[in-house]
Each structure stands twice: as C-alpha cells, then as structure tokens.
Write a protein of this length. Sequence first.
Lengths: 412, 412
Amino acid sequence: MLTKLGERAKKAERFLMTASAAQKNEALSFIAEALVENTQYIIEENRKDIAAAREKGMSESMIDRLMLDEKRISGIADATRELIGLADPVGRVISGTTRPNGLVIEKVTVPLGVIAVIFEARPNVTVDAAALCLKSGNAVILRGGKEAINSNMAMAKIMRQAIARAGLPEDCIQLVKDTSRESATALMKMNGYVDVLIPRGGAGLISACVQNSTVPVIETGTGNCHIYVDKYADINKAVEIIYNAKTSRPSVCNACESLVIHKDVAETVLPLIKERLDEKGVIIHADKRAGAIISGCIDATEEDYAREYLGYEISVKVVDSLEEAAEHIMTYTSGHSECIISESYTAAREFTSKVDAAAVYVNASTRFTDGGEFGFGAEIGISTQKLHARGPLGLPELTSFKYIVYGNGQIR
Amino acid sequence: MLTKLGERAKKAERFLMTASAAQKNEALSFIAEALVENTQYIIEENRKDIAAAREKGMSESMIDRLMLDEKRISGIADATRELIGLADPVGRVISGTTRPNGLVIEKVTVPLGVIAVIFEARPNVTVDAAALCLKSGNAVILRGGKEAINSNMAMAKIMRQAIARAGLPEDCIQLVKDTSRESATALMKMNGYVDVLIPRGGAGLISACVQNSTVPVIETGTGNCHIYVDKYADINKAVEIIYNAKTSRPSVCNACESLVIHKDVAETVLPLIKERLDEKGVIIHADKRAGAIISGCIDATEEDYAREYLGYEISVKVVDSLEEAAEHIMTYTSGHSECIISESYTAAREFTSKVDAAAVYVNASTRFTDGGEFGFGAEIGISTQKLHARGPLGLPELTSFKYIVYGNGQIR
C-alpha cells in the first residue's frame, strides 16, 4: 500500500519540481481559504478524535493539544497565507563559475523531492508541514498519530482538493491513513520513494526514526540547553535571561535545562537566581558547591546534567573556569542551544568557539532558537544534527541543489 | 573496542575544531614529507598485501589498484600538499543578520565532527580521506579493506606521527585494524561518536551502509549517466561528446552508460555514433527502433536501461520527444550526471529544468563531474543523494555550520 503512495508522490514531485512560484502560492491561498470555509466540518471530525481521547482517559493537557476550534483553524489558515509572502526557495543560483575550458557551472537550488513527516498528536502539523513542503516544491507524505486521525484526514482531504483547484496534482499532499507502528516503519524504509524523513515529536519517536530509517533523516528536537554564568557576567542580565529561558515556556526544546556557574560569582548570583526561580516554584538540582550556597535544592546526579526536564526543574553546577564550563557543556549538550553570560570579549569569543551547538548565544535567552525569531518566516522543526542543516529548518533547508553545466562541445 | 576509538575521536575532534588553519596546514605538510621519507617502509608493508593478494588469486587489475611504488607514494604526497593552498573551509561567515530586537545572528561554518570513511582496496584513499578531513577540521576513523591492511596501517602510523609533530592529537586520524564485516557494521551504528559516514567503493558497500547505518550517511557513487541527442543537436558535437563520455575512462562513475536519441535525428546520428564507438569495440544494447537503423547490436532489456556497465557497453533508446527523453531519464537515472546535446535554447532550458541529477549538462561530456574539473581542488567522493550535498564533495561539503547569536540581555 505504501509503495503505491510512494509512486504517486514521485509522480507528483516531478510536476511540482517545475511548478512556478505563482502556482504554488495560489495553491497555498486556496488551502487557507478552504480550511476556513470548512471549519465546521473540521471541528466535527476533530470532535470524534476528542471523544475517543476522552474515552481512553487522555490527560486534559493532551486533549487541549489535540483540540481544534474556529480560532485555531483560522490561525492555521493565517500561517499558511504567511508563506505566500516568503521568497521561493527553489531556482536560486547559489553560486557559479566559468572554468578555464569555458564550461559555465551554476549551482541552483531544487526541491529535496519527497519528504515524509512522521508526527504525533498535534493536528496543526498536518497543514504546517504540507504547506512548507508545497512552498518549497516538495511532495509530502504525512503520517500523523492515531489520536488525530479524523482531524488529519479531514484537513488532508481539504488541502488536496484545494491544490487540485490550483492545477497541482492532489498527490503533492498525501496522508497515510494507517496509523499503526508498521506504517511508520515502512515509511522509514522507502528508499527510492522518500528522499528525506523528518520526525516531529518526542525523543522516543525521533530515536525510533534514527534507529530504523534507511532513508536519510533530519533529526529534530531535544534540547538540553545550558546557560553559563561567567566570572565577568553582568549579574542582572544573568538573572533575567535565566528566568526567561527557564520559565517563559518550559515545555519547549529551547528552554534552559542546566546552569553552569563560575565559582567567583556563585555566591552573588545563585541566591538571586534562586529567588527569581522560586517565583515559579522551579525545582533546583544542585551540585555540592551550589547546594552549599543556596538551600532547598535537591542533590544533582549525573542523570540530571543530561536531562531535558521540559518543566519547572533545572540543574546547577559550579565550575572553576570557562574551560571547565565548556567541557561540561560539550559532555552533556544535545547540540541545541547554549549560552554564555559575560561582559568579557575574550570569554565570549572563547565560549562561542569552543562550544558547538546549533545556536551559541552571548547574553541572550536560548528561547530565541526558533525560525520566526531568526527571521525565517516559518520552520518545520529544529535540527540537532550536523548533516544538511542545523538549527531552525526554514524553507531554504527544505531544498537541495543541482549543478547545471553549460558547454559548447567540451570533452575531457 | 570501537567505542574506545570513538571516544578518542570525539576528544580529538574537540581539539581540531579550534585548531588554526596554519596548524592544520603544517600537519598536512608534515604528512607529505613523512610519506616520502618512509617510502621504503610503505613499499615493504604494501608487498605483504600484494603477496597475500597473489596467494588468494586476485586479478592483476585488482593487484594493480592495490600496488604502491615510489611514484605513486610521491603522487599521494603531492595531492596532500595541494590541500595546503586551498581556503580553510572552517570559520567562514556564510550569512548574518541583525534582528529588530538587536540580536546579531551569524551563520558560521564548523567541522562536521567525526567522519567515518569505509573504503575498499585502494590504499591511496587512506591518505586522501585523512588529509581532506584534517584540512576541514574533522577527526576521521578509517576502515579500509582487508586486502590493503598492511599498507593502510603503515600509512596511518606515519600520518599519526606527522600530525603529532605539528601539535595535533594523533587521534585526529585513526584506522580500524579489525577488517571484519562486524567492524564495519559497528562503525555504522556509532551514533554519538560518528557524525557522518562516507562509504567509498562499489554498489554493494554503499547499499550495505544505507541499509544498516544509524549514523547519517553520504551516499556516493553509482552513475547511470545518460546523454540525450535532441532533435536540434549539432551532430558532430553529439558524436564527439558521446565518444568521450563513453570511452575515455569507462570504469568510472561519470562515464556515459545510456543514450537517448530523438527520432528525427536517429537515422543520421546513430550510424556515426556506432562507427565511432566501434573503434573501441563498444557493445551496443539497442531498443527496436535503434536496432532497425544500426546493425550488430544486442536487444536492450529493461535491465539494460538501468545498468551501470562500467565498461565498453552502452544502451540506446529512440524517443519521440524531449518530454519522453526526460521521462525515460528520470525513470532510470541514478541521480549522477545527465546531458542534452542541443542547439535549441528552449530545449536546453526544458531539459535542465525537468531532469534532476547532481549535474545536468548542455553540450558537454558527463566526464566533467569531478571535484578537480569543477574547480574544487579536491574531492572525497561524488554524492548522489540530495540531503546535505550533491555532486562532487569538496572541502566545504565536509563542514556544517552553527549560528552564533550576539545579544545584550535580550529575553523573549
């Protein structure tokens, strides 16, 4: 069954590859329109998912993630419309050269081809991912979670009809209706049909994709983000940035999970940080040296240094030097976002050179690692691997390139 | 055992990440020097491999690939020295922006980290791959074939000593001494230690890596390259380019394997092509229409259209239109190099837009798909996948990037 899906996607890809920006933008605008027009239908289908979730005893916060209402659907439509204004990432000449023998070699962006997106309960991803793939000229195969299957099917159907109205093949957007584990595993092995697999979801899903996929994967997501308070830190900046990075939205991957404090400022800064984090009831897992300065902490274990709490918890370690801080961070980093708070030019330069992650900050909250905040206009996830793309994945990251070589009879 | 290797590579990577271009270049020059100085030692070790190969009845052409002599070793040293003059690919600011809130975001190239290279019998790859990885700031784990183990061990030892003299950790270059299939499989699963795996060798090796690897792979190599002779072709250019692309070096991946001929020129061009290819005794697998024009051909099967002959054989198909040509090519392409011969502006543009491959040519031999010919100075292979890099992999393709974000207290 999935092979058929793959064949159809490959055919659609061929069409989409040479579609004009105007045609793709028209399709996006039709999608947005159709979603709004069919709001009631989507809500009805979504209610089936909600009812099933309630029956299975899903938590209210999970049900909230699943829920679609008029406002949310109009938000999804708006996000789709926003893509229209962004530059078309396909057909951009990245570079070019004329060789001594007269060959002109141009490097030009092209779509990746067929992108498979495996995601979990949030139904908005269905439209998000499809719209980003469409804009970047990629056919998409969506495989959402079973919790949202009715909502996803409704939205996929609406999107397929909308793009057909714009003269694009419906199969540019396909949804896998089988939500079994087997269908996900089959997608991971569809070499020849799927060019790239992007998992969007929790650590379990991502690791399953990395372990089982034979098609190339862009790993997204987990963030054990550190903030290092240097000897030369502006204490006030440190406290406010840490408060923001930990508590403004603790459930996301760019939230701060670990603090590293230089010994020379630990006695000054730790009580102030504790006081501020106490406002939100943040649990602090402190090493011995930090625990001796601030009370009411839990002893930090090795596991704590590696954990992505995704909640009101944080680990703290006191170090003797920037060197030790960088060493600690490089041991436990998930390669997402790392930050130094320092007024020292030399310390800032040393930190940004020694610490390797998708985003390395000086004196700013790690919460800025986000396609919107980086000015990309949209993102399909945040890559924590080094191959292909790192950090927020915007439209350019959904493209590859080809070399076009213009000759007049050259032989070698 | 391999875990230890991985740990050492990760440690070396950390050092290499911040090594200066001058230091890496000094190490390259020491490697070249040491290889020449130790020529006799390398030849002695290589003789052990040759003797073992003879005993096992290896073919003379394979033995020739394995063999190292004074001239070849000096050639390897020269290739290493040539890297010194190339621009350092690390630390390049690709782009940068200042956000409305004052954050300055820079996108800067960094090494990929630890690269594992699995390769087959050619011992020159040992130095080639190590030198390219070193120049691009990556630690490398080399896993060569058992046929060349003595030669590889000798050269790895010499290189490790040479880079230590330049103040770099020896573990920037490591060779897996265990040449069993198990060691290759273990390398493919070393997530957390190996950032990228590059297989260099035949289709079997590459497919084993794609199938089994859980670390990201850059797929290299197979080339079923087509040349399409358009209705508006300059017949003379067509014949000379085809002769060059097929016969100048038929064993390589950028050699032409398949011809597609427009029906309007088939009767004129096919006899001329046949005459020219006959000079080298090229076997032609022709479809019915081509076979009706030229005699002495073998009937082409479906398999022929997909085959990479890597020898003096070629398939031919006659088509009714450029559209059909593009369709045929996209069905059988391995995504390496494809070419149109045409004097028509419109046909050239249509072909380069509809045909998707690492390199798409107009009126030039597919043999130019090569790092040296593209002006890259060096290459570690030719990628036929779309993720990360496509076509010849030069030094820039051995890097990733990170975002460095400069703030002054920004919170979100």
